[in-house]
Design a protein around this ligand. Structure first.
Ligand code: SF4
Length: 345
């Protein structure tokens, strides 16, 4: 069910619901009666700082990505999802103040070149057929030469993207082998559907990205990820790929207890972890290095020119596997293709 706070009656969302015949119900401030379920959406006029830098620590290399958080909560249910710990609600909260969101994006564009995207506290496209957020963001970003905007998803909900101009827009998919999708990524699109959706976006002219994040170790790790990559190489042309990120599963210590309680058959419970310098649990460094090396070399054997980066990894691993240290934030981001366009640096 979609609930709309009465103060959001004039919002972009309500106009679309009325135009498209989408059912919704107006409510007052009190949200106590909304069943705390991933099937419910709540449109709220609450204020927020929407655009901000992706949170990171100094210890690991961070790519200076910016996020715009207009949505909190996700219809999917991944075992490893940090939202289980981070949010105090399961329903999907959507902020209706599109005017402020637009102002914050324009203000960021005035400061310089930035990579920006949704998908930090939700899936960018899972509910796009209902919320129409691509209709809101894409026309704004098409006009901003300083912004490259990424929609990050585990869905195949791409229909609305074909009404738009792909200029300055990236569509990205998080990928895992089919058996990991089945045990760890509930209600998401299957691997074939994700790859086919990426292929269609690439055919249309969007640049696409792939996130091997979180990379999960399990007994068929080598075969599972090799098969996945084979299917990806067969469908996606290398020159449609803007970049690829790789990062192994990491989490705040409390998460494992939640996984034990909610998903007793999760693959995540079969591995050992060690506390790392930022307080998060990770696989042992030797295993992490093995996993990153395996995926990196498989990708490079087929796609030699795609920019690959590691999200929140130690500089020693960068040097060992990629032969250089990308540096911190501003320095790191200069490695992205967006910062080389038109010969600019
Ligand atoms: S798709 Fe992302 S936000 Fe949604 S449940 Fe999975 S990890 Fe969480």
């Amino acid at each position: 069910m979609i609930y709309v706070n009465k103060k959001s009656a004039d919002s972009f969302f309500v106009k679309n619901f009325e135009k498209n015949g989408t059912n919704f119900k107006f409510v007052d401030e009190n949200t106590d009666f909304i069943e705390n379920s991933k099937n419910n959406i709540y449109i709220t006029p609450e204020n927020n700082t929407f655009v901000h830098r992706c949170p990171a620590t100094e210890i690991y290399r961070c790519c200076n990505y910016y996020v715009v958080d207009m949505m909190e909560g996700c219809p999917f249910d991944c075992t490893y999802c940090i939202l289980q710990e981070y949010l105090n609600h399961r329903f999907i909260k959507v902020f209706s103040d599109t005017k402020k969101v637009k102002e914050e994006i324009l203000a960021l564009a005035k400061k310089g070149k930035y990579r920006l995207g949704t998908g930090e506290l939700s899936d960018s496209l899972a509910y796009d057929h209902i919320l129409n957020l691509t209709d809101f963001f894409i026309p704004i970003v098409n006009k901003l030469e300083n912004i490259q905007f990424e929609f990050k998803t585990k869905s195949a909900n791409i229909t609305k993207l074909f009404n738009h101009n792909p200029k300055n827009i990236l569509i990205s998919w998080s990928l895992n082998p089919e058996e990991i999708i089945k045990t760890e990524e509930y209600y998401t699109a299957g691997l074939s559907e994700r790859i086919e959706a990426a292929g269609k976006c690439a055919d249309y002219g969007y640049k696409v990205c792939f996130h091997f994040d979180p990379l999960i170790y399990y007994k068929n790790f080598e075969k599972g990820y090799s098969d996945l990559l084979r299917r990806l190489f067969d469908r996606i042309p290398e020159d449609s790929v803007e970049y690829i990120s790789i990062s192994t599963f990491r989490f705040m210590p409390n998460l494992l207890e939640t996984v034990r309680n909610r998903f007793e058959h999760s693959t995540l419970l079969q591995s050992s972890y060690v506390k790392s310098l930022d307080g998060k649990m990770r696989y042992f460094k030797t295993l992490r290095t093995y996993m990153l090396r395996f995926i990196t070399s498989k990708i490079k054997s087929e796609w030699q020119n795609v920019f690959i980066y590691y999200c929140m990894e130690h500089e020693s691993i960068w040097k060992k596997l990629l032969g250089y240290d990308p540096g911190e934030r501003k320095e790191f981001e200069k490695n992205f293709p967006f910062f080389h366009q038109n010969g600019q640096l």
